[in-house]
Design a protein around this ligand. Structure first.
Ligand SMILES: Nc1ncnc2c1ncn2[C@@H]1O[C@H](COP(=O)(O)OP(=O)(O)OP(=O)(O)O)[C@@H](O)[C@H]1O
Ligand SMILES: [Mg+2]
Length: 446
């Protein structure tokens, strides 16, 4: 559990100060006291105070002055008020009112802190490049990329569709000694065999009907740089040995040409298929597989990078809000939870598209759960979270609430409720009887 929050209670009335201290301490908060504005300000500036509960009128400094001094500027203070981290009560007030307000303010404060932290992380990322991700899985991948980028080794990037394979390939190029050279990408799935070969190797004049002039292929264009073979599993069994030869000898001929050309190209390949399995099924050459797969970088799917969902969502919110001239700054906590619960079969690309759509359709300046598309908004929170939320609640109370809720669902039918709860119906009856007895003794137990 987190440390209890520290509240500073500032009031010149000693009676009220002590009663507030008692109330808030009983709620589990740490309470520190100040008897006037100046003492309060000193205590705040010493640090470690999460929330101030202050009287507005006090000798020395007023509550408002403390607020302004603590925030530095009027704008900041006003913003904090708008964010709901600030509220007021008129004396006399009831204890419950105060407790509710304190809880709410602390919750808002946590959100604001989280937002600041996210913004900071995003700025760090922007300074370093575009690969967003701080989850353990993504960081592990990034450190492997760092380690292997600056070599001439062939790299095979494996990962689901939309997971960010091309981004990894570009990053490898940028962080290699070849960064001054070209980065050339070829999608092996996009073209039929002969067209693909003429793209890759180029052709001489008259190599085939329509070859009016000579054309340099992508291997030549990528000389001194990196050639990215995307969707490499789609290479035909005819083209595969020709690629293997370039990998092994660094040489090839243009289509219709006799001259052997030499190139200095580093190959980075990507696939979302299981190449090893394809080798077993003889759909992919084993020798080419081993040549390509000197080093494998596995890009984890988004659902294995839980921590990155928030970061990416915030990032794309900014990008698309700016692009469309919208004033959208944040997600509600619930919206973020929904985004985190979703499985993201289309990975980062799906997230990006979804945020773009959501930004276009948003009507407020904050994205709430109901603004999200159905497939995401409809996701129930995993039961794990529901349990976690109950931590801190006495077992007896959980039992009561669970029993009540179950009976409500069964329309008061004790037999059905007992079945759902996995207990004997007599136990249900006994629990209800006992509660009636307790209530007969009166609710006042304080
Ligand atoms: N870590 C990341 N940080 C920021 N943006 C990312 C990240 N990973 C992926 N993206 C973005 O997600 C989109 C999809 O990434 P990319 O095209 O690299 O995926 P892919 O694995 O090559 O997908 P496909 O298999 O569909 O070709 C791109 O717009 C890319 O910029
Ligand atoms: Mg791709």
């Amino acid at each position: 559990m987190a440390e209890p929050a520290t509240l500073l209670v500032a009031d010149d009335d000693p009676g009220l100060r002590e009663s507030l201290e008692r109330t808030l301490t009983r709620e589990g908060y740490r309470v520190v006291l100040a008897s006037d504005g100046r003492a309060a300000l000193e205590r705040v500036q010493a640090g470690g105070v999460d929330l101030i509960v202050t009287d507005l009128r006090m000798p020395g400094l007023t509550g408002l002055e403390i607020l302004l001094t603590a925030f530095g500027t009027v704008e900041e203070a006003v913003k904090a008020m708008k964010d709901g981290a600030y509220d007021f009560l008129t004396k006399p007030f009831r204890r419950e009112q105060l407790i509710k307000l304190v809880d709410k303010a602390l919750e808002r404060r946590d959100l604001i802190e989280q937002n600041k932290e996210l913004k900071k992380q995003l700025e760090d990322i922007r300074a370093k490049g575009q690969m967003i991700g701080s989850s353990p899985a993504y960081r592990r991948m990034l450190s492997l990329v760092e380690q292997v980028a600056d070599s001439s080794a062939t790299i095979l990037i494996q990962g689901e569709s939309g997971a960010g394979k091309e981004l990894v390939a570009r990053t490898i190029h940028e962080r290699s000694g070849r960064r001054a050279g070209p980065f050339v990408a070829v999608n092996c799935a996009a073209l039929p065999e002969t067209l693909l070969e003429s793209e890759l190797f180029g052709y001489e004049k008259g190599a085939f009907t329509g070859a009016a002039g000579r054309k340099e292929g992508r291997f030549e264009l990528a000389n001194t740089g990196t050639l990215f073979l995307d969707e490499v599993a789609d290479l035909s069994l005819v083209t595969q040995p020709k690629i293997l030869r370039v990998l092994q000898e660094g040489e090839f001929e243009r289509l219709g040409g006799t001259r052997t050309l030499q190139v200095d190209v580093r190959i980075v390949a990507a696939t979302n298929q299981d190449l090893a399995e394809m080798v077993k099924e003889k759909r992919f050459r084993e020798d080419l597989y081993y040549r390509l797969n000197v080093i494998t970088v596995r890009v984890p799917p988004l659902r294995e990078r839980h921590e990155d969902i928030r970061l990416l969502a915030q990032h794309y919110l900014r990008v698309y809000a700016a692009k469309n001239g919208r004033k959208l700054e944040s997600f509600s906590n619930e919206a973020l939870e929904r985004l985190e619960s979703y499985k993201w079969p289309g990975n980062v690309r799906e997230l990006e598209n979804l945020i773009e759509r959501t930004v276009l359709l948003a009507r407020k300046d904050r994205i709430d759960a109901e603004d999200l598309p159905e497939e995401v908004a409809g996701v129930k929170r995993p039961p794990r979270d529901a349990i976690l939320e109950l931590v801190g609640t006495p077992l007896a109370e959980i039992e009561q609430r669970l029993l009540d809720e179950t009976l409500r669902i069964t329309g008061g039918n004790k037999t059905q409720a007992a079945k759902l709860l996995g207990i004997d119906v007599r136990t249900v009856a006994r629990k209800l009887e006992r509660r009636e007895d307790d209530q007969a003794e009166g609710p006042d137990r304080s």
